[in-house]
Design a protein around this ligand. Structure first.
Ligand code: APR
Length: 178
């Protein structure tokens, strides 16, 4: 398991639905009514009550986040965020992805969450280049944890070894460059 110098940000490979952190983050779409990828996996693992609660929320704009219970998941909460669809990089995608991480962590703080697991938001169906997305993820989470009050552990859960390698490389070089 790789981690940054503080040990508060770690990387692992696996299935985010199996994580035992207080909260796991879902890479959702604006309807919040489920989908494929990690969204589908989380809804399957959490059970139908998750969708029932999501229906009461009424959607979520790109870049923002909403919180629900975790139901059948080990995690007590699911924080749903909607990453940007990659359209070439000139449609504010980087800022929107950064705001996903910021808004998830802000919601976590507001709900007394101490540990949180993130998937690689927007890098699957939404096509965000993994290296650029990882730079944003590592920067936003590392900087937020420096000033966070309740959140003291963040884990990047990579589905593939390739992604894990990119995260580990990014975390290691991020620490050295500051
Ligand atoms: N655990 C961890 N990571 C996972 C899992 C899982 N069980 N399943 C998929 N992933 C990874 C993918 O490999 C990718 O690296 O999550 C990352 C995000 O990919 P997507 O799930 O495709 O999410 P995203 O690119 O943000 O696209 C969101 O896809 O599933 C739909 O409803 C969702 O419309 C939304 C869109």
């Amino acid at each position: 398991m790789a981690s940054d110098q503080t040990g508060r940000t770690t990387v692992g490979q696996g299935d985010i639905t199996q994580q035992t952190t207080d909260a796991i983050v879902n890479a959702a779409n604006e309807s919040l009514l489920g989908g494929g990828g990690v969204d589908g996996a989380i809804h399957r693992a959490a059970g139908p009550l998750l969708l029932e609660e999501c229906r009461t929320i009424g959607g979520c704009p790109t870049g923002q986040a909403r919180i629900t219970k975790g139901y059948n998941l080990s995690a007590s909460y699911v924080i749903h965020t909607v990453g940007p669809i990659w359209r070439g990089g000139n449609r504010n995608e980087e800022a929107l992805l950064a705001s996903c991480y910021q808004n998830c962590l802000t919601l976590a703080e507001e709900n007394g969450i101490q540990s949180i697991a993130f998937p690689a938001i927007s890098t699957g169906v939404y096509g965000f280049p993994i290296e650029q997305a990882t730079d944003i993820a590592v920067q936003e989470v590392t900087e937020f944890l420096k000033k966070a009050v309740t959140v003291h552990q963040a884990m990047f859960v990579c589905f593939s070894r390739e992604d894990q390698f990119i995260y580990e490389k990014t975390i290691n070089s991020y620490g050295k460059s500051r």
